[in-house]
Design a binder for this molecule. Structure first.
Ligand code: FEO
Length: 171
């Protein structure tokens, strides 16, 4: 039986993952409006992954017989004024999500909830990858983003990202 503190933290995480999806769909629109259709696609794929993350937490709650509570998803804030700042905002957001998942893990350790600790490992690794991806985009944009020809090429490369489903195991 999942402790109430963990039920609440995981439901909060469900909301944060759905917010991430919503925010990345908005970043996709922003990139599209700036003529970067490759970046627009990249963020759409990212939004799909975030929706998956939300549902994986939902599935975990259901797996252990805990209640799922869907809360209001906030409007995405555009706290940036160009693509470079948007990419930095993505990294800041992923660092926030990493901390948020770390808080769940800390609570699971405190409560000696070994199953939750085990399930969270997949998300901890996923966050490592997401922070790296965000960092890579910032670096690439810093190198190639100032020149229109190289930016076009970068946008083309970034747009090759495809959605691949990766699933944490409940078995
Ligand atoms: Fe699901 Fe980007 O954290």
């Amino acid at each position: 039986m999942l402790k109430k503190s963990l039920v609440d933290l995981i439901n909060l995480q469900v909301n944060r993952e759905f917010y991430s999806a919503y925010m990345y769909l908005d970043m996709s629109v922003y990139a599209n409006d700036h003529g970067l259709i490759g970046f627009a696609k990249w963020f759409k794929v990212q939004a799909q992954e975030e929706r998956d993350h939300a549902l994986y937490f939902v599935e975990y709650l259901q797996h252990v017989g805990a209640p799922v509570v869907y809360e209001t998803i906030s409007k995405p804030e555009r706290n940036y004024k160009d693509i470079e700042e948007m990419l930095k905002e993505q990294l800041r957001h992923e660092q926030f999500v990493t901390t948020s998942i770390g808080n769940i893990l800390a609570e699971a350790i405190k409560e000696k909830d070994y199953l939750t600790q085990e399930y969270l490992q997949w998300f901890i690794r996923e966050q490592g990858e997401e922070e790296k991806n965000a960092n890579d985009l910032i670096l690439a944009f810093g190198l190639y983003g100032k020149n229109p020809a190289s930016l076009m090429e970068l946008d083309h490369g970034v747009g090759k990202r495809e959605y691949h489903k990766s699933v944490p195991s409940l078995d």
